[in-house]
Structure formats: structure tokens, C-alpha cells
Design a protein around this ligand. Structure first.
Ligand SMILES: C[S@@+](CC[C@H](N)C(=O)[O-])C[C@H]1O[C@@H](n2cnc3c(N)ncnc32)[C@H](O)[C@@H]1O
Length: 236
């Protein structure tokens, strides 16, 4: 067993014989080096190895489905919105074009430097993990796309889901995109952990699922699940 060390961002991890720390011990290091390597390419946030053009086709498909869910859930385009785990800002920009006053948060400074170029100076972007209180909260819409399955530690995942809910205004909407597993399924990469719909419902006991939309991502050839939640009406 190696000794404990601390990254610049303060995360403790264990060094074993000079090897890179495991993803679960230093996830921000993984994302910073991936974003630094891929830059503006959607390989940085989409499926690695698929290439920018194919990822862009899938990203346009994702937004088509996310926007349709926002419309069906009557999310006001004027609602103040947070893009949680915004990466290089693709959906932050789409939310702004939909009319939202939007902010982004991501623990990768490398990602947010690219998002800043895309979005200009008018959009607040916060470099921090999404399991901590977010400046500007509460938001009427909190959207978190393809981030939570990258939080592999169960306690951190649970704390993050609870924090996203408390970042959302009591009459607001929480929209999460994931790839949901059937019970018993497991992911094959160390930076991915699939959860089930039941896991989400258990983590959000005070929230009601108002829409569950599943669709196929044509280029990556995988399914995505969009979950929209509102606080139970007796709590509002
Ligand atoms: C697959 S990318 C998705 C980015 C963006 N939502 C999109 O769909 O293009 C995952 C992003 O989540 C960020 N991330 C992962 N875990 C995080 C955490 N605990 N707190 C904040 N950001 C996180 C990564 O830096 C990365 O930019």
C-alpha cells in the first residue's frame, strides 16, 4: 500500500509505486488531462474515439431530446438555469439560445477555459465539484447531462444528487441525463458506474419523476435516459 498524497485541488489519493492515481481517487485529474488533450473536440465530453463529427451528430440528437423534454415539462425559457457538469459548454450554449439566464459549473478548469471561449464573458462559470453549494442558487432549472455516471464512489454520487436537488428551487425542475442500467448490469470502464432508475428514486425521496424519456444515440449506438423531477407537491 502506498502513501497518501494531496492534489493541488486538495483531494487526497493514494500513491502506489509512482503510478497514476486511480480514477476514483482523483477524478478531476482525469478530466483535466482529457479536456487539455481534446480541447474543443467533442471527443473530450462525448464518446472517446468516435471523432468530433460523429459526436456532434449525437450531441445534436441529445439536444433535440433534451429540448423536447424541457418543452413537455413546461420549463419556462426565461427560467434561471444551471448546467451542472457543463464541460466545454455545448448545452450551456443551447440553454442560453433557448432563452435561459444560464450558469455553468464543472470541476475541470481546462473544460471551463474552453467553455469561456464559446460563451464569452456574460455567463457565470464556476470551477468546483457539484457536490458543494453552488453560487447563485437556487436555480429554477438544474440540468446535469452525462455526468453522474462518472461519479463512481457511491457516497459522493448520493451527496451529489442530493446537492443538485437542493440547488434547485422548490418549484423548479431537475433534469438528469444518464444511461440507466438494468439491475445487475455493470460498466466496463473505471470512470463509469451505471445506476438504475430505482437508485435515483431512492436518492431523491422528496422528488417525483415527471418524465422518463429513453432514446437511441445513433452514432455511439447506445441508449440515453432523460429523467425530469419536481419536488413533491406537499413540500412546495
Ligand atoms: C462526459 S462530460 C459531459 C459534459 C457536458 N455535460 C456535456 O454533456 O457535454 C462529464 C463532465 O463532468 C465533469 N465532472 C465529472 N465529475 C464532476 C464532479 N464531481 N463535479 C463537477 N464536474 C464533474 C467533467 O469535468 C466533464 O466535463
Amino acid at each position: 500500500m502506498g502513501k497518501l498524497a494531496t492534489t493541488l485541488r486538495g483531494t487526497a489519493y493514494r500513491i502506489t509505486h509512482g503510478e497514476k492515481p486511480a480514477y476514483r481517487d482523483a477524478p478531476a485529474d482525469y478530466w483535466n488531462s482529457r479536456h487539455a488533450r481534446e480541447g474543443e473536440s467533442l471527443d473530450g465530453v462525448g464518446q472517446i474515439g468516435l471523432g468530433h463529427a460523429a459526436n456532434l451528430a449525437d450531441y445534436n440528437e441529445k439536444w433535440h431530446h433534451l429540448a423536447a423534454v424541457l418543452d413537455r415539462c413546461h420549463v419556462d425559457p426565461m427560467a434561471r438555469a444551471l448546467d451542472a457538469g457543463c464541460g466545454i459548454g455545448f448545452f450551456t450554449e443551447r440553454l442560453r439560445l433557448r432563452g435561459h439566464l444560464v450558469a455553468g459549473i464543472d470541476f475541470s478548469a481546462e473544460a471551463l477555459a474552453i467553455a469561456r471561449q464559446r460563451l464569452g464573458s456574460g455567463v457565470p462559470l464556476h470551477v468546483q465539484p457539484i457536490d458543494r453549494p453552488v453560487p447563485g442558487e437556487p436555480y429554477e432549472l438544474v440540468m446535469c447531462v452525462d455526468v453522474l455516471f462518472h461519479i463512481v464512489d457511491t457516497d459522493t454520487w448520493r451527496a451529489t444528487v442530493a446537492n443538485l436537488a437542493s440547488t434547485c428551487q422548490i418549484d423548479g425542475t431537475l433534469v438528469i441525463q444518464e444511461h440507466l442500467a438494468q439491475p445487475g448490469d455493470s460498466a466496463d470502464a473505471d470512470h463509469v458506474r451505471w445506476r438504475t432508475l430505482e437508485d435515483y428514486q431512492e436518492a431523491l425521496p422528496d422528488w417525483r419523476l415527471i418524465e422518463h424519456h429513453t432514446y437511441l444515440l445513433p452514432q455511439a449506438d447506445t441508449t440515453k435516459d432523460i429523467l425530469a423531477f419536481r419536488a413533491r407537491s406537499d413540500l412546495r
